[in-house]
Structures are given as C-alpha cells and as structure tokens.
Design a protein around this ligand. Structure first.
Ligand SMILES: [Zn+2]
Length: 671
C-alpha cells in the first residue's frame, strides 16, 4: 500500500479496460460481474476522494456507465422524438411547403426509409465499443437493454474500419423478421405452447426477458435509421452518414433511397406499397427526411416531432375478390360462424381463399350475396376480414342464408340469446365434440400431453371418442390405437401416461375443461375454491352460486343448467367412474402464490385469457389488482397494444412482464 492514489487509480483503470475488452470485444469475461462492479466502485470512490485525478478517459466517465444486469432506466442524451404521420399525397405536399418556407430559398432533397414496425432503440458506441443499448421508452427515458441487445447478432459489439468517432449514438429498430417469427411460432405450437400474435409485440416482450440466453436464436435483427449524438460528426448529409455507418459495420436499410423532390416520392408511393410485401420485416409506411444535416438544424423540432421529417402511412393491405360461397364452421359451444370462400388472391404475401365474416348480422350489414365483388383486408391480424361490398346487388341475386340446420351433424339450430350467433344444439354433434375435447385436453384445462386438435379429430372420426370420459377408456384400447397407424407404440404409451396423470388435476381444471358456458378459467377457480368438491357444485343453487364473489346471475344460471342437463350430469358421472379427481385440494395458503403481496395492473389484449380472467388469477395467487399504474404498483402484465400504462410503468420503474412470463409465474403455483 505504498503506491500513490494516482498510481492506484491508473492501475484500476487499466484493469477495468482489460476486463471491458474481454467482455465486449472478445466476449470472454475473466471475472464475474460482482468482481467487476467492485473494481469499478473502488475506482469511483478513489476518484471522488481525488477529483483532481479524474480524467475524461476514465471508465467512470463513460456515457451511461457500465452495462447493468436487470433493467435500469436510461435518460436519452437527446430525446427520441416520434414522427408525425400523414396518410395522403396532399398532406405530403403540405409538409413540403412547410420545408420550403422554413429553408427560404435553399435547395433541398429527401431521403426515404421504410417505416419499420419494430422496437425503437438507441445504441451508444464509445471508441467503437458498444457500451449501451436502450429502448425508446417515452422518448426521454428508456430501458437499459444492453445485455439483451448483445445477443442480437446484427448489432456489432465493436465497430470496424476507418474514422470511427469517439462517441456514436445510432438509432434504429430491432425487428423480428417475418420468416424467423413464423418459424419460431411454428416450433412453439409444436410443443403445445402459446404462439405470439404479432412480431412487434413479441419483440418488445423478448427484449424485456431477464434471461438473455433465451433471446439468442430468435433471429432478431437491428436496422439503423437515425442517430443521436455523434462526436466528431464529419458527415454533411444523412446519405453520407449512413454510408459511414455501413462502412463501420452497422446494418442500414438496403431500401433507403434519395429523392430530389416530394413529387418524385409521391410518384413512387404505389411502387413502395407493392414492394414492401417482399421485405424481410413488417412495414406500415415510409419515413421522409430532409437529407442535409445543417438544414435539419435550421428546421429544428416542435416539442413532439422534428420538423424535417414525416411518415407516410400506407392504407391497410387489401385485395378485391369475388365471393364464391359461404361455408360454416362449428365451434365448441355449437356456434356456427360463416366464412367467405373467394377466388384466390394474393394478400400480404400469401395466397388467400378464405376470409372471416364474423356472424350473420355482419353478412346482412354488408349486403353480401353469392357472386358479389368484395374487398378483404388484413391489418395486423392473421385472418383477413371481408370489409366491403364493391358491387351492386342484382335482381334475384342468391342471398346468403342463415343455416337452418347444423352443417356438420344436420341437427337443430337455435338463435343465440344475443341474436348475433346461430348455434347447433345437438349435444353429440361431432364438430362440437372435437372442439370441446380439444379444449378439455388443452394446457389450461386437463393438460394432456400430446392430445392436440389433430389427434383428437382423428380419434373422433375413428370412433374412439364420444365424450370426455372416453378419453380415460383409451388405455383399454391400446392395441387398436397402435393399429390406427397414426402414432407409434412409444407415442401411444406416452399419450396414455399423460391421460393417466391428468386424472389427478385439481377440480378447478376439470371445471374449466367441461365447456360450461360463461365459465372460464378464473370462474372455475372461484367455484372450486368455494365449493371444494364436485358434488357440492352440482348441488348448488343459483342463489348459493351468486353468493360467490365474482359469479353473476347469468353465469349461475348457466352452471345450474349444465349440471341439470342430461349430458352435463352424465359427463360428470362417467368421469367420476373412471377415477378423475373431483375435489379441490385446499391450497395451503392461496395468498402465498407468486403474486403474494403485489399490486398488479393488467393492460392490453392477452391471447390465452380475457383480462378479467387474468385479474381473477392474480387475486387467487395472492396479488391485488389495481386499475391504473401508480407508484404503488409492483407489477404490470401487458398483452398486445398495451398503450400508455406500459410507458407509465417504465417511467415509474415498475416491473413489466409479458403474457408468457405471466403464465409461467402463475403456473409455478400449480404443481
Ligand atoms: Zn352440429
């Protein structure tokens, strides 16, 4: 300890730089994060004791500090503003007029980038090393996602080539290329896991994962489209700068194009709209920017938008086709939904023959008839919708009839109470049976490994299954199952083992599995916890049911109706006879679940359950549910289109988890 503070500081800096190199460049750290933090802390305290020894190149002086584990907030050096939107050529001309006025007599030109539908991030490089990756957040403050961003292979850890600036903040989008996204979803589906609805939300969720090893292999990629601070800045135009970025190894959009005037851009809008379907990522428009960087300074920004740039949004993708016929699909509760069969058209890169018609009210509202010219549209969702009738109905046109019998079993149908749906009321309808059995075996119900929709369809068609209890008699028909040729011997044994295990599921899963109208997963839990056994529920009256907090009169009536019906009573009886568990194990302390003591907010659209069900689940697992995010919130669960609650949670440093993570935590309470 005879060295001077200056010597000790220098030694620490050298050591830290050596570890930085090992971590960032070689990606082979030689010490743990804790050891690193300790060194860093030692340096920081020495420096604060000797402020005269602090130099600009000290590791403590880096923008954003060290990359941290977990998600810490990052205040952007310059705000990440959003871009103003336009929807037609006239608005683009108005924008151009404002530019001309703002720049007086100067000449100017534009750069056009596809507007990428991804997650906006800022990457900061110091002397060519990636030191920080942050999400846009609310534009002022974002999340530190450095650790996760390092697993995105197209983000260089270290820049290459000549003229790399001392400080470079490049901005862009992290996207999930459509092809990779589909592949990932297909793999999940195969494993019986829930799939993601759209790449953008899935990317947001992915980047927030706490285990970054889960992110590698998802095929995410980064594309640069802007910048924050650059020191020193040598480029004079956006075009020049992006040529530099590219030479340093940063991925830039190959589609970006310079244009001399707004009219030249307007001329090409249709071409862009057609071309974008072949892009590797999803786009919903174009971003049009003044190319000259000095002119951007002159034009400056409003509080929300830069004045030198604007986005042009394409109309949702659509195709015009001819309605050939309407077919009917039967759901698990017998709901018959009409589906349009059309002349095949290409829409968003895929050939489309079918489109959703929702219900018969919609068919009538649109005034559809066989042979009608129709417009189908796809705006984000997977299934295209018929949105418009394009032709005029001729005299004597063939109308689209409401079905008078079930298209599958030819049984009687009834108009739904709401009047919107038509329902097959035959309890033994095979179409319904397939849907009901698939639901029965699904992950949130009896959770029978290997019993997916395709297998169930085969087993119903082959006459193995007529009701729920038949599932538990399959073990008596092992040889026949093997003879069927659909499954190998080993798969049959696995399936039968899965079925056997499912007999022991707690009562609430069985209740959820029985397809009782209005009874979802969370109601099933309420009932099971309250009544504790199936006989108690079967004996319950509407009064005793509505006495349960969370059970309304409509639900109560439906429950009583189900257990009084011949089919309902028989289902329960037969399931009991094969040894399916009919009791709810007293959860030792339900309030000791994974959300114990937490105040939780749910926002956005969840895929596997309604928001109310999610809330019920949280409550039963010890949590409290609050309607809005505040400083008292501990956890935010977000689905698709989370809106302002997510950004508010980010601002307040509230942990936010996606649906997959939510289900994982919830499931951890159920062995
Ligand atoms: Zn039917």
């Amino acid at each position: 300890m005879d060295s001077t503070p200056a010597q000790r500081i220098e030694k620490l800096r050298d050591e830290i730089r050596r570890h930085d190199h090992a971590y960032y460049v070689v990606a082979k750290p030689t010490i743990t994060d804790q050891q690193y933090d300790k060194l860093f802390e030692m340096l920081r305290s020495l420096e604060s004791a000797h402020p005269d020894l602090v130099t600009e190149d000290s590791p403590t002086q880096r923008v954003g500090g060290t990359p941290t584990k977990g998600f810490r907030h990052v205040t952007h050096a310059t705000p990440m503003l959003s871009v103003d939107n336009t929807y037609d050529a006239q608005q683009l001309r108005d924008f151009d007029e404002r530019i001309a006025k703002g720049l007086s007599a100067q000449k100017y030109s534009y750069i056009v980038d596809p507007k990428i539908d991804g997650v906006a991030v800022a990457l900061t490089y110091e002397h060519g090393l990636l030191v920080l990756a942050a999400t846009r957040g609310d534009g002022t403050t974002g999340d530190n996602i450095t650790t996760n961003a390092r697993t995105v292979t197209s983000i260089p850890q270290c820049l290459v080539g000549a003229g790399v600036p001392a400080l470079l903040e490049v901005r862009g989008e992290i996207v999930w290329p459509v092809k990779e996204f589909k592949r990932f979803n297909a793999a999940r589906k195969k494993q019986g896991e829930t799939t993601f609805a759209n790449p953008r939300n899935a990317t947001t969720g992915t980047l927030k994962k706490h285990d970054s090893s889960k992110i590698a292999g998802r095929g995410l990629m980064f594309i640069a489209h802007g910048f924050g601070r650059i020191e020193p800045m040598t480029a004079k135009t956006d075009d020049e700068l992006f040529a530099q970025l590219k030479s340093w190894g940063i991925p830039v959009d190959p589609m970006r194009t310079p244009y001399e005037s707004i009219e030249k851009i307007i001329d090409r809008l249709d071409v862009w709209d057609k071309k974008r379907k072949d892009f590797t990522y999803e786009t919903d428009g174009l971003v049009i920017k003044v190319d000259d960087l000095a002119q951007r300074e002159t034009l400056a920004a409003t509080s929300r938008y830069p004045r030198w740039c604007i986005a042009y949004k394409f109309a949702p993708e659509h195709a015009d086709s001819v309605l050939l016929s309407v077919d009917y699909q039967v759901g698990k509760t017998g709901t018959i939904t009409p589906r349009a069969v059309m002349e095949e058209r290409k829409l968003s890169g895929t050939m489309v023959r079918h489109a959703s018609l929702h219900n018969f009210d919609q068919v009538e509202r649109l005034g559809l008839y066989i042979g009608a010219a129709v417009r189908v549209q796809k705006a984000g969702e997977i299934i295209p919708q018929v949105v418009k009738l394009l032709s005029t109905k001729p005299e004597g046109a063939t109308p689209i009839p409401r079905p008078t019998q079930c298209p599958v079993c030819k049984g009687d149908v009834e108009q739904d109470e709401g009047g919107v749906y038509i329902r097959c009321i035959n309890p033994t309808c095979p179409a319904q049976l397939k849907e009901r059995l698939t639901h029965f075996a699904s992950r949130n119900c009896m959770d029978i490994e290997g019993a997916g929709a395709v297998l169930i369809e085969t087993l119903v068609d082959a006459g193995f299954l007529h009701d729920y209890a038949d599932v538990y008699h399959l073990n008596e028909r092992r040889d026949e199952l093997i003879e069927l040729g659909r499954l190998g011997e080993k798969s049959v044994d696995n399936l039968l083992a899965g079925i056997e295990v499912s007999k022991q599921r707690p009562l609430f899963r069985l209740l959820a599995a029985l397809n009782i109208r209005h009874v979802g997963a969370s109601t099933a839990e309420l009932l099971a916890d309250h009544f504790e056994s199936m006989p108690n529920i079967v004996a319950a009256t509407e009064e005793s049911l509505t006495a349960v907090d969370g059970v309304g009169p409509e639900m109560a009536a439906s429950i009583v109706h189900f257990f009084k019906s011949k089919e309902g009573a028989r289902s329960v009886e037969r399931l009991e006879a094969v040894g399916v568990n009919m009791t709810q194990p007293k959860r030792p302390d339900v309030a000791s679940g994974p959300f114990e003591g937490l105040t939780v907010v749910v926002t956005g659209t969840l895929e596997t359950m309604g928001r109310e069900e999610a809330k019920g689940l949280i409550k039963r697992l010890g949590g409290k549910v609050a309607p809005t995010v505040s400083s008292k919130t501990n956890l935010l669960v977000f689905g698709a289109s989370p809106g302002s609650k997510l950004s508010k949670a980010e601002k307040l440093d509230v942990e936010a988890i996606d649906e997959t993570e939510f289900l994982r935590r919830a499931d951890s309470a159920f062995p």
